[in-house]
Design a protein around this ligand. Structure first.
Ligand SMILES: NC(=O)c1ccc[n+]([C@@H]2O[C@H](COP(=O)([O-])OP(=O)(O)OC[C@H]3O[C@@H](n4cnc5c(N)ncnc54)[C@H](O)[C@@H]3O)[C@@H](O)[C@H]2O)c1
Length: 255
């Protein structure tokens, strides 16, 4: 029997934030390959449209939309668009994030606020808006992309990023407790450093080689695996996993 809020004859719909490039684009592509209709959303609307068109040029199963994750009204607008377009939304992946490599004592209040809001406000607002919608329908899956930095205080990144990601893990628990009785699960994935452009762009090659050598499995993570974790957490059979934080850090942080 299908869970409440489930239309057997319709493909499921996933909304991914920050999905124009990097891990978000990989997650969107993995869901698309598994038969989902995918909303590729990003601060950079033009890039989101291009990423969605690369998945499905017809636009019938993938759409690119502008969504600033710090803006609650934008979540409300995109949700209404998707419901009008495809009938429902079943899964939210809060992936949008911003990381900066800055020395602790050099972080200005503005920089601290900007990095925290890009990583934490989006998760809060996405969970609030889509969480309320899912709760009304009696079914939903939320996957929040945290980070190893939120657990170990960060390696290459700054204190703003690490503290925001710690907040993402905490928010995941709070929303999981609130929404569990309504058939909505909320989980986090906590990746260590990944083989992604953002890592290559922000860490110099010598430092990156040091970081790789310090990882017990001796390599950066594979974004496709993180995407597969998100797909698994979004399954209807994943209904007893909630408030969890799934680690994928190559053994950098053991608990
Ligand atoms: N790269 C890694 O090794 C790594 C490790 C752990 C966690 N993560 C997390 O994975 C997620 C994706 O990381 P990435 O490496 O692909 O980063 P990235 O910088 O390549 O991509 C981030 C995307 O988010 C978008 N974005 C930024 N601010 C936004 C906002 N306010 N609203 C909507 N979109 C916004 C950007 O435009 C960009 O397309 C982030 O949450 C990041 O913290 C990454």
């Amino acid at each position: 029997m299908s869970p409440a809020g489930w239309e057997d004859d319709q493909p499921r719909v996933v909304l991914v934030t920050g999905a124009a490039r990097g891990l978000g684009a990989c997650i969107a592509s993995r869901f698309y390959d598994r038969g989902y209709r995918v909303a590729v959303t990003d601060l950079d609307e033009e890039a989101a449209v291009k990423t969605a068109a690369a998945l499905d040029p017809t636009g019938s199963s993938a759409v690119g939309l502008g969504l600033d994750a710090r803006d609650k009204a934008a979540f409300v607008r995109v949700l209404a668009d998707l419901v009008a377009r495809w009938g429902a939304v079943h899964v939210l992946v809060n992936n949008a994030g911003l990381s900066k490599v800055e020395a602790l004592m050099d972080i200005t209040p503005d920089s601290f606020g900007a990095v925290v809001s890009a990583n934490l406000d989006g998760t809060f607002l996405g969970c609030q808006v889509l969480g309320a919608y899912f709760a009304d329908r009696g079914y939903g899956r939320i996957v929040n992309i945290a980070s190893l930095a939120g657990q170990n205080g960060g390696t290459a990144t700054g204190a703003h990023y690490a503290s925001a990601k710690g907040g993402v893990i905490t928010l995941t628990k709070v929303f999981a407790r609130e929404l569990g009785p309504q058939g909505v699960t909320v989980n986090a994935i906590s990746p260590g450093p990944q083989e992604l452009p953002s890592v290559r762009e922000s860490v110099d090659p010598d430092r990156l080689a040091q970081i790789e050598a310090s990882i017990p499995v001796r390599r950066l993570g594979r974004p496709e695996f993180i995407a597969d974790m998100a797909v698994l957490l979004a399954a209807d059979t994943a209904d007893t996993v909630t408030g969890a934080c799934w680690d994928a850090n190559g053994g950098l942080y053991l608990r």
